[in-house]
Design a protein around this ligand. Structure first.
Ligand SMILES: [Fe+2]
Ligand SMILES: [Fe+2]
Length: 422
């Protein structure tokens, strides 16, 4: 969202979207930038620019204020120990008492996102129970919850998705449809879908696997490979999802039914139930299909551990041009992020860091919190580092991803999840 603001009220961390002048009439080479130093604000003032437009979504400083501050980069001690091969440690001036707090917009949204997710999870359980017991599905209740998910994603595209990764709420049976819904809404938002389309996408994804309630449990929960006959039965679930919606004469948009029926259709015609190809597959069903594969690959199941997100994305990338149109795969990767929030990574210096926020325009360079030195010793004061910043992030990069099981700590401790559980 763009907001007009007097230049003198600008703070480091705000994203100036437009200085409101032609290029020859302001001091910067471009009209937009993230403010990283006070001198940049001074330049604007000295140039006689009284007002600018800031982008509140791209800003790291929340003008509305929040009780949750970013752990400031400033105020931590000097260079990290044991970092001889590391680039210079990020430096920033210590915050003055009078300065407003820096907040992560993602963290500010987490409590609201958690509330919306908790309510939607109850509804998701009720939805599945209603199907098992052949009871009436309350569409308005599902829509109400989906609307809250859409609102959260509209405020911050990544908070709900981060929550899925950081917290294990319940078992796969109940969380899968909801998680696919969250991932799809978030991707749809990144694609610029209208609010109405996001609501439809949210509903379709919540309903996409309801047909599984009509698949025998021994097939659904079989740990090993399904036989050919079992596969035929299993593959019928997409058509059964449509059947449930039609049987109950649910008052939903036709596209909701399409998402349910076509979420396993694939670009090359290898999908099911109708072997649609290319553009025959509705776009909302494609978004659902990508989110569905991603959630299935990254979720822990009774019989196997979920893949790391970047491994799952590599797998999905391998389906680019066969199962999925390259355009959709690229947009999906852009939305989910190569290193989603909560990922544990090793930096080129050997330091261990937790990914806090994705920078969608620079996927390899998210905002991280450095939490351990190269010897693996946890730091008392984790320090925040924007790897995409040309100043503080210069020289730093991610070297590899560390599986949570090898990290020896829970990455969720570095997020505002205490408040989120209220
Ligand atoms: Fe499915
Ligand atoms: Fe699914």
């Amino acid at each position: 969202m763009l907001k007009k603001m007097p230049t003198r009220d600008l703070k480091v961390g705000m994203y100036v979207a437009d200085v409101g002048r032609a290029w020859f009439n302001h001091p910067w080479t471009k009209k937009s930038r993230l403010l990283t130093e006070d001198s940049e604000i001074r330049e604007l003032v000295e140039f006689g620019i009284d007002e600018v437009y800031i982008d509140t979504e791209k800003s790291r400083f929340n003008p509305a204020g929040s009780r949750r501050p970013f752990q400031p980069v400033a105020g931590t001690s000097g260079p990290l120990r044991g970092a001889s091969a590391a680039p210079a440690a990020p430096a920033a001036p210590a915050p003055r008492q009078s300065e407003p707090e820096m907040v992560s917009q993602l963290e500010a949204e987490l409590p609201k996102a958690a509330k919306a997710y908790g309510k939607a999870l109850d509804t998701s359980k009720a939805l599945i129970a209603a199907c098992y017991m052949n009871k009436r599905i309350e569409v308005s209740e599902v829509q109400e919850n989906v609307d809250e998910l859409v609102e959260s994603v509209t405020r911050n595209q990544d908070a709900l998705s981060a929550l899925i990764k950081l917290r294990r709420f319940d078992d796969y049976t109940y969380t899968h449809c909801l998680n696919v819904s969250v991932l799809s809404i978030s991707t749809g938002k990144a694609l610029g879908l209208s609010q109405e389309d996001l609501r439809i996408l949210g509903m379709g994804t919540m309903f996409h696997d309801l047909g599984k309630t009509r698949i025998p449990a021994y097939i659904l929960n079989k740990p090993g490979k399904l036989t050919d006959d079992e596969f035929v039965i299993m593959r019928n679930h997409a058509a059964l999802s449509e059947e449930i919606i039609r049987e109950q004469k649910l008052d939903v948009d036709d596209q909701v039914i399409q998402v349910a029926r076509f979420h396993h259709e694939r670009m090359d015609g290898s999908g099911y139930p109708d072997h649609l190809k290319g553009e025959q597959i509705p776009r909302l069903a494609t978004i659902c299909g990508l989110s569905d594969v991603y959630d299935a690959l990254t979720s822990d199941r009774v019989y196997h551990k979920g893949m790391l997100p970047h491994d799952a994305l590599k797998f999905i990338y391998g389906l680019r041009g066969t199962h999925f149109e390259p355009y959709w795969v690229d947009r999906f990767v852009q939305s989910v992020g190569i290193y989603p929030p909560g990922s544990i990574v090793e930096l080129n210096s050997g330091h261990i860091a937790v990914v806090i926020e994705i920078i969608h325009s620079s996927l390899l360079n998210p905002i991280v919190k450095i939490v351990a030195d190269p010897k693996g010793r946890l730091l008392g004061k984790p320090r925040l580092l924007d790897l995409s910043s040309q100043t503080e992030g210069a020289g730093w990069s991610i070297q590899k991803v560390i599986p949570p099981s090898e990290a020896g700590f829970d990455p969720s401790r570095y997020f505002n999840l205490k408040e989120a559980s209220k």
